[in-house]
Ligand binder design. Structure first.
Ligand SMILES: [Zn+2]
Length: 134
């Protein structure tokens, strides 16, 4: 498998995980757990699994880059800090500073983390690799 094929496979898997989260029914904030198996609890378990899976993929990709291309942890930390600072704050988080998308069906604003328009259900078309992630 070529490097491009490996990256393409990773990209498709990461995108499918993001789509799974974006397409799922949101659980209202503050929903109280009921009994031993509430919907909120099941969603939390599902999201935790997906986060751990995405973490596994990220770590695997980083190990691949170190082994095959010789990048170092120091270089990664430098890039993480540079990326972190793109929003003006070194706070260990990244918030993309990009304008929202417009729904292709009704034209209303759709957040970049939204897979569908909340007004008409139109499917937002991501234009950047990390649209829908945030
Ligand atoms: Zn719409």
């Amino acid at each position: 498998m070529s490097k491009l094929d490996s990256f393409t496979s990773f990209y498709r898997l990461a995108n499918s995980l993001v789509d799974d989260v974006a397409d799922s029914t949101p659980v209202p904030v503050g929903t109280a757990p009921t009994g031993g198996g509430s919907v909120a609890s099941a969603r939390l378990t599902e999201i935790e699994f997906k986060l751990e899976r995405l973490s596994l993929i990220t770590h695997s990709l980083w190990e691949l880059l170190k082994e095959r291309h010789g990048y170092t942890d120091e270089e990664l930390n430098d890039w993480i800090n540079l990326t972190d600072l793109k929003d003006g704050r070194l706070d260990g988080r990244y918030k993309a500073n990009t304008p929202p998308l417009n729904c292709p069906k009704c034209g209303r604003v759709v957040g970049r983390t939204q897979a569908r328009c909340i007004y008409c259900g139109g499917v937002a078309s991501p234009t950047q690799p990390f649209d829908r992630v945030g």
